[in-house]
Design a protein around this ligand. Structure first.
Ligand SMILES: [Zn+2]
Length: 335
């Protein structure tokens, strides 16, 4: 038996959710003498004509808060299903996918990378076309150094294969889908990053991301997220969301928006500098009231994203005004 608290909480939620959730073990991972399941959960209407949203977390083993935020949201959804008629109605029109803990081996070993020493966010078969920072951008020197990409030409790590399979089957098969991947550790503000990480060029769906940002800021004006392309901060090799986004472009009639929530942890550290003394502390809020605030705040955002996916017909801009909006978005982020 494992004793990873996040995995135990996930399994308690699965007990609670019998009948509401479809549960699959996407793969199994060994670390030390333990074995850990990587769960994929789905709920809502499976009709492939309907939109979907996927929630992903725990790709980096040190960033436990990402998994915790998703488990808090999932528990809240399942509890509401016991009484909330409007939520049942919404789930008739949208598909939800959850992979809250993609790298349980890394979380068990308290490392960013997986048990093979590979950083799953540097591991996809995609090369940066612009200069990347030394090491941080992804390296093949050694798994003993951070940001290791894995051996050149090798298959992706099993966790990433499971992630890609889930995204391909559950999201890319639909005409509209969103992915939200929860991380922490960069900067003092909460950010929403979108592709590319491997290139400084704008993506074709900037117009949609700009619309989504405006929609959120208008609907929840007191919540401040900084939306930006990841390449504004730093470029990397092997970003799995770039890889999946590029795959989605094979069918231009479809829209797939992969977003990364980067919870700004430097503020938590500033308010409680003792956190700097532990590796976990740099990536996670360690004071109880701050943890609760983080969980509450991001639930609003995750819930908004579910509603935005469900109602995308009401806000997705089409026709001639779309290219004006795209130009506007390029000007905002790339000039
Ligand atoms: Zn991360």
């Amino acid at each position: 038996m494992h004793t990873l608290p996040e995995l135990s909480e996930l399994e308690r939620i699965l007990e609670l959710a019998r009948g509401h959730l479809e549960v699959r073990v996407a793969c199994e991972i060994s670390a030390d003498d333990k074995r850990f399941p990587v769960y994929q959960l789905t709920l809502g209407n499976p009709d492939p004509k309907l939109p979907a949203i996927g929630y992903f977390g725990g790709i980096h083993g040190l960033e436990r808060i990402g998994t915790q935020v998703l488990l808090y949201f999932l528990r809240s959804l399942l509890t509401r299903l016991e009484w909330d008629k409007s939520l049942h109605q919404m789930l008739q029109e949208v598909r939800l996918v959850f992979m809250p803990l993609i790298n349980p081996g890394g979380m068990w070993q308290s490392t960013r990378c997986n048990p093979q020493g590979v950083d799953l966010m540097r591991n996809a078969p995609i090369e940066a076309t612009d200069r990347v920072p030394f090491l941080l951008g992804g390296q093949r020197i050694s798994p003993r150094l951070p940001w290791y990409r894995g051996v050149a030409g090798a298959e992706m790590e099993r966790e990433n294969q499971a992630l890609c399979r889930t995204v391909q089957e559950e999201l890319l098969s639909r005409s509209f889908s969103i992915a939200v991947d929860c991380h922490s550790g960069f900067g003092s503000r909460d950010r929403v990053w979108f592709p590319y990480a491997h290139s400084v060029n704008p993506i074709a769906h900037l117009a949609d991301i700009l619309t989504l940002e405006e929609l959120f800021q208008k609907s929840y004006p007191s919540n401040k997220y900084l939306f930006e392309p990841q390449s504004v901060q730093y470029r990397t090799h092997g970003d799995v969301w770039d890889y999946l986004y590029l795959q989605a472009q094979h069918d231009q009639s479809k829209t797939f928006l992969p977003l990364t929530l980067e919870m700004g942890s430097w503020l938590w550290v500033k308010k409680n500098p003792r956190q700097l003394l532990s590796r976990q502390g740099i990536f996670n809020p360690s004071v109880e009231h701050r943890l609760h605030r983080v969980l509450r705040r991001h639930t609003v955002w995750l819930d908004f994203m579910m509603r935005a996916a469900c109602s995308h017909d009401n806000w997705l801009v089409k026709g001639p005004s779309r290219s004006r909006l795209q130009e506007h978005a390029v000007a905002r982020w790339y000039r």
